[in-house]
Design a protein around this ligand. Structure first.
Ligand SMILES: [Zn+2]
Length: 333
């Protein structure tokens, strides 16, 4: 049975090889954006190390070691997670105490530190001490979103696995199978989640399709409804909780319009709505790229905590006018 994870094939191959050859290294860093499967990868590696019947780096899933890992109750696996907003030195010392006891079942004792970004500086120094003199059987797996949050000395003592969002086609294939979606639905979900499988799994595909329908309707009204339509759209968006998801759908919709304006057969995300996109392409002529820029600019400003309502008003009005935010130029498409 292969490792049950989407993508990250290079890291999986390297980790399997380490588990097979026994050249494991005492510290590994799993680094990359949130929701792409870093902690899952660390846990699978831990399982491969703790499996008593492991073959070619693949855990058997049935020995006492594997069963204990699955149940979250393995004496040789220590999980360190933040308590509140940080991981303090006392927590690292408790982990160290556990690490000082020899393994009970197999030949390794594995500690996974999730959200290692949240280790305080003191805690990082304590972690560094462990890394400097680890017990022969000890393996530390640190899961981190931003490498820059860690001391350079921790990074240099670790094997670093830089992980990225899953490639679109791999994400689509996985989502079709795991969630029984059509290819069109899976492609939309993969595009909105930008290959972060953890996010894609949390989105309800039916509600996503309903939102997209709404986005298409708003864009239609923007073309014909004048200023009141722009303000209606801003008001509606302002009430939405997952605003960034809405803006992503809006950007994908406008990008598709732009693509079919250039070439009817250009690749698009909303493939099941192609007829409608072709109709919209004519209506949006001369303002598509400026509208797209307005959405992306609003997204950027919202992430920097700009005034939400004002940003949405400006976005919708600029989309409608087809005028670039900063340059005042009209859109070439
Ligand atoms: Zn096993």
């Amino acid at each position: 049975m292969p490792w049950d994870i989407v993508g990250h094939s290079k890291a999986v191959a390297g980790l399997k090889n380490a588990a097979t050859t026994g050249r494991v290294g005492h510290a590994h860093l799993f680094a990359g954006p949130e929701h792409i499967g870093k902690a899952r990868l660390a846990l699978l590696f831990a399982k491969a190390l703790l499996c008593l019947e492991q073959k070619a780096g693949v855990p058997c899933d049935s020995c006492a070691g594997c069963r204990a890992v699955t149940a979250g109750a393995h004496n040789d696996l220590y999980l360190l997670t933040p308590s509140g907003a940080s991981i303090g030195i006392a927590q690292v010392r408790a982990m160290q105490a556990s690490l000082s006891l020899r393994p009970v079942l197999g030949q390794y004792k594995v500690c996974i530190v999730d959200d290692a970004d949240l280790l305080t500086e003191q805690a990082q120094n304590a972690m560094l001490k462990i890394m400097e003199e680890p017990p022969a059987y000890g393996v530390l797996l640190l899961v981190v979103h931003r490498l820059s949050a860690l001391l350079p000395t921790i990074i240099s003592r670790s094997q670093v696995w830089r992980l990225h969002p899953v490639e679109t086609q791999a994400a689509v294939a996985y989502l079709m199978q795991a969630r029984a979606l059509t290819r069109e639905q899976a492609e939309l979900l993969a595009a909105v989640s930008e290959g972060r499988i953890g996010i894609a799994l949390g989105i309800d595909p039916q509600s996503l399709l309903a939102k997209r329908e709404m986005v298409a309707d708003w864009c239609r009204e923007l073309c014909t409804g004048g200023l009141p339509a722009a303000l209606r759209m801003a008001t509606a968006l302002d009430k939405e909780e997952s605003l960034l998801e809405w803006l992503d759908l809006l950007a994908l919709w406008l990008r598709d319009i732009w693509h079919v304006q250039i070439d009817e057969n250009a690749p698009i995300t909303n493939i099941d709505m192609k007829d409608r996109l072709l109709t919209e392409a004519a209506a949006w002529k001369g303002r598509t790229t400026a509208a797209l820029t307005a959405v992306l600019e609003a997204r950027r400003r919202l992430l920097q905590n700009a005034n939400r309502r004002l940003t949405l008003d400006m976005m919708c009005i600029n989309m409608q006018k087809g005028v670039d935010y900063d340059t005042g130029r009209r859109s070439p498409f």
